[in-house]
Design a protein around this ligand. Structure first.
Ligand SMILES: [Zn+2]
Ligand SMILES: [Zn+2]
Ligand SMILES: [Zn+2]
Ligand SMILES: [Zn+2]
Ligand SMILES: [Zn+2]
Ligand SMILES: [Zn+2]
Length: 922
């Protein structure tokens, strides 16, 4: 029942003769003459019969169009069978603004490498002049982007609206070719044209003609248990852009800003060729602007019409189409710029009747302005979406002296709320631009018709994307949460307040520090004033304290009490620096598959923002996409702040990026990311099993031991965390390539090991002759002295994979030692005799020399040594090193065995997999 009712409602909206935002104007489709006579059930299109000269697919049913006859919309290039005309449900691009349920801006970034289609003109995206939304499946040419409207996913509540019912969010096209239709079970995807519909949340796919038959409520699909439900997230964002709310880094934004300029400039040169050829083609080209704003930005459309066009209407209609405006051409006129009073009749006079070598030829580069004619009355759609009444909008007739106040009164009476005091409501103008939603409350005495004319004068396109809402005018409490990072560590709350006063001049009556993360040099702020929040946010990005750049992030509020019981949202960290392009694509995919609020780019503030945002969530899991160092970074921050989390031990899964990835191998996530479907990755995270892992701390106490036995402090002692292994000597020396490592993951270095010790270059030079490790080291395991054989490298293993998948301990049984596990509280101590031995271990021919097993290790070094922790090397000054167990074990996620798709074939893979499958498990 609900289904059909919903479908009916949708149809009645889209089929209503008042579907255009400016419904009072006659719709162009109905105007006599020039427009299409093929009647279709979806509004806005202007179908024309065409002869097909190349293989073509139907946008309605996704099938091939056999024969040579097709029907194409002259506005949006929608192509279909004759038989499909009757069932077209896809509205034309010019009508897209009418379908917006909740206006939400997109986050445009540069388009990816895959073949996609433009949602505005439906053509293939070629070259670089195209954009895609970072959080939904919207793709468009750069110069089509401004015609998309703000219909992105609703990922949170922003205090203006409450989501009580969650509905599918349909997006047309760019779905995988093999997709099946939920309704009729036939294939609905294609890689040849823009076809099919897909829900941005649950992933259900259907034909364009079938989607209205799907029940409108969305259950969020297969990933619902790990998805952060939009109704559980709140952000007071106002003027913060979506980019800022989703913490999408400036990288994308810069390119976006550039693309604005591209918008304005590209059309001219590209189409210059077209201009040159027009005299011979029987066509003439007009350079048309849709308002003062476009003139200012020199942002025009070229409109090509037959040269001897006599009908004014045709000229205007072509111009309207170029701007995707669906209204009646009779309501508009073309003016020649510089002669603002020139009426469109002049065009006709110059064009048609007298001289047949048309005047247009010379006027091609002239600037034409498309204007709407003033009206005495109009019928306006007023939306009531936020009032929670059944009708999405009411139609109000507006005349010369209608004021905002009188319109509000009329709306309330039509909605049956006569008794409400009109002064409790506002009329809000909402511009649903593709990049930003602008809301503006209109003042009570404002004349509405003047207002409309004013918007149209600025931009007719903008008018087409503008709506009016009646909203309750009560003031809502403002609370913006910001996280500031990069402050000096280990300060008191008062000291942080002073620092913020000094550097950001915060207004203390509207700003409070809600959380202090002293170990991370970070504070969370609660700000009860928008402009102050915006000021602090922007200023902090430009401020350095003690030569360290501050990082400021908007932190959404999670209303964890609204969570469904079984929900365990996934907190995703991606370090794009460890995976290059693959990392960026993963970041993009996870933002689209999940709620973008739960996906964190680690190059923008590290792991703290995510953990802070999830602090009150009772159950959550973490997915880290990066190298071993990135995993260590997340584990380290988690360790430091876990006492502030409601879920202090979230289980952690890994997507290995870059190289190495020993921990990831042991946990069966693989040796590296080779482009596996991100959706499959998420499913395997859901099915993964939990295992425990020991963690270790290494105390490095550098002291020079002088000849008379006195100890001389060289540098302050430091503590580092170790997850995988700790190596001294040859293995660290081989991986010691600071520059390379820094380039790969600079952020990791900054945060994990601040101080690399005093010996850097000098140390390296000294090293060449100090490889007799057994002479330079004393080793104690569990308080027992361990006699060292002649070795060049000493390694302490926590996990059974070392140096990119090698099994250093070996698999043979040994009565002296326990079988190694990653959760037994024991470290394995192994020696290697030199480079040759290491190579043999790497290739699986030999294992290392087993020396000891224990949980407390003390090393005394008499010379500077290369050391490495989890693959990160440095030179350590002589002195003591103590390894001991660190806090509680970590809960890690191990990929389920039965889900593993490809059995490992290579020897190396096989080795690294086999010990892990028998070890570490419960
Ligand atoms: Zn169309
Ligand atoms: Zn068809
Ligand atoms: Zn396009
Ligand atoms: Zn979007
Ligand atoms: Zn859905
Ligand atoms: Zn279907």
């Amino acid at each position: 029942m609900a289904d059909s009712a919903r479908a009916k409602q949708e149809n009645s909206i889209t089929e209503s003769p008042h579907a255009s935002p400016l419904s009072g104007r006659k719709r162009a489709q109905q105007s006599p003459g020039s427009r299409s006579r093929y009647s279709v059930s979806a509004p806005g299109h202007c179908f024309r019969k065409v002869t097909l000269t190349k293989p073509t697919f139907c946008h309605n049913c996704s099938d091939f169009i056999w024969g040579i006859i097709g029907f194409i919309c002259e506005v949006c290039n929608f192509m279909c069978h004759e038989k499909c005309l009757k069932t077209v449900r896809t509205v034309c691009s010019c009508m897209a603004p009418t379908l917006v349920r909740v206006p939400v801006a997109h986050c445009f970034g540069p388009a990816g490498p895959k073949k996609k289609f433009c949602c505005v003109c439906r053509k293939h995206l070629e070259g670089n002049a195209s954009v895609r939304c970072e959080v939904c499946e919207l793709h468009a040419h750069s110069d089509c982007a401004m015609f998309t409207c703000g219909d992105c996913r609703v990922c949170h509540q922003d205090g203006n609206q409450d989501i009580d019912k969650f509905l599918h969010h349909w997006r047309e096209g760019n779905i995988p070719p093999g997709s099946r239709c939920e309704v009729c079970r036939h294939t609905c995807g294609s890689s040849d044209v823009l076809v099919g519909m897909r829900c941005e949340w649950c992933g259900v796919t259907t034909h364009a003609a079938c989607y209205v038959a799907v029940s409108p409520e969305c259950a969020l699909g297969r990933l619902r248990n790990m998805l952060l439900p939009p109704m559980c997230v709140r952000v007071c964002s106002r003027n913060f852009s979506k980019m800022h709310c989703y913490r999408i880094s400036e990288r994308c934004q810069n390119e976006l800003d550039n693309s604005d300029e591209v918008d304005a400039q590209i059309p001219a040169p590209v189409k210059e060729g077209q201009l040159a050829t027009t005299p011979d083609s029987g066509k003439q080209v007009l350079k048309v602007f849709d308002g003062d704003d476009a003139v200012k930005r020199n942002n025009f459309r070229l409109v090509s019409i037959p040269r001897l066009t006599k009908k004014e209407e045709v000229v205007q209609e072509s111009a309207l189409r170029a701007f995707y405006i669906p209204d009646d051409p009779m309501d508009f006129e073309l003016q020649c710029n510089g002669q603002p009073c020139l009426r469109s009749e002049d065009i006709l006079n110059r064009n048609g009747s007298l001289n047949e070598k048309a005047v247009f030829k010379e006027n091609v580069s002239e600037v034409w302005l498309l204007r709407s004619k003033p009206q005495d009355t109009e019928v306006l759609k007023i939306y009531s979406g936020w009032l929670k009444v059944t009708a999405p909008f009411v139609l109000i007739s507006v005349s010369r002296n209608s004021t905002v106040d009188s319109v509000i009164k009329e709306v309330l009476s039509q909605l049956g709320r006569k008794d409400d005091e009109p002064s409790g409501f506002n009329l809000m103008e909402v511009f649903m631009g593709s990049k930003q939603i602008q809301r503006q409350v209109l003042t009570g005495q404002e004349l509405l018709l003047d207002k409309l004319q004013e918007i149209r004068k600025i931009s007719l396109r903008q008018m087409n994307q503008t709506r009016f809402y009646v909203v309750e005018s009560r003031n809502r409490a403002v609370q913006v949460n910001l996280l500031l990072e990069g402050l000096p560590v280990q300060q008191t709350k008062e000291e942080y307040v002073d620092l913020l006063q000094e550097h950001l001049a915060i207004k203390s009556h509207v700003v409070t520090i809600s959380h202090v993360y002293g170990s991370q040099g970070a504070v969370a702020l609660e700000i009860s004033c928008f402009s102050e929040a915006e000021r602090i946010y922007m200023l902090a990005k430009d401020t350095s304290v003690n030569n360290k750049q501050l990082v400021s992030l908007i932190i959404p509020e999670i209303m964890h009490k609204k969570f469904p019981k079984c929900g365990s949202p996934l907190l995703v960290f991606v370090n794009p620096k460890s995976g290059g392009l693959k990392g960026l694509e993963l970041l993009h995919s996870f933002r689209k598959l999940l709620n973008p609020h739960q996906v964190f780019d680690m190059s923008n503030g590290g792991p703290l923002p995510g953990l802070h945002m999830f602090r009150d969530v009772l159950h959550f899991r973490v997915l880290v996409c990066g190298g071993d160092g990135t995993v260590g970074w997340v584990l380290g921050v988690l360790e430091a702040i876990r006492h502030k989390l409601a879920c202090p031990e979230p289980p952690i899964g890994i997507v290995p990026l870059g190289t190495g990835n020993d921990l990831s191998r042991v946990l069966r996530w693989g040796a590296g990311y080779s482009g596996e479907d991100p959706h499959h990755i998420l499913l395997s995270v859901e099915e993964a099993e939990e295992v425990q892992m020991d963690r270790w701390t290494i105390l490095l106490d550098a002291q020079e031991i002088t000849e008379d036995g006195k100890e001389n402090c060289l540098e302050p002692p430091k503590i580092v965390q170790m997850n995988n292994y700790f190596g001294l000597g040859i293995d660290a020396e081989l991986s010691l390539d600071f520059h390379h490592a820094r380039e790969e993951e600079p952020g990791k270095f900054n945060s994990r090991f601040h101080n690399k010790g005093v010996y850097l270059k000098a140390g390296l030079q000294k090293l060449s002759h100090t490889r007799n490790l057994h002479r330079d080291l004393k080793l104690q395991v569990d308080k027992q002295d361990v006699e060292l054989p002649s070795i060049e490298g000493l390694i302490f293993l926590n996990i059974p994979s070392w140096g990119s998948g090698a099994d250093l301990w070996g698999s043979e049984g040994d009565s002296r030692f326990e079988k190694p596990r990653m959760d037994d509280g024991l470290l394995e101590v192994v020696g290697v005799t030199g480079v040759v031995h290491m190579g043999q271990v790497q290739s699986g021919m030999r294992s290392g020399i087993r020396l000891a097993q224990g949980n407390y290790v003390r090393i005394t070094a008499t010379k500077p040594l290369p050391v490495q922790v989890d693959g990160e090397p440095w030179i350590q000054a002589p002195g003591h090193m103590v390894i001991s167990a660190a806090g509680p074990k970590m809960r890690m996620l191990r990929k389920s065995k039965h889900k593993q798709k490809k059995p490992s074939t290579s020897l190396k893979e096989g080795r690294s997999e086999s010990p892990s499958s028998s070890d570490g498990g419960p």
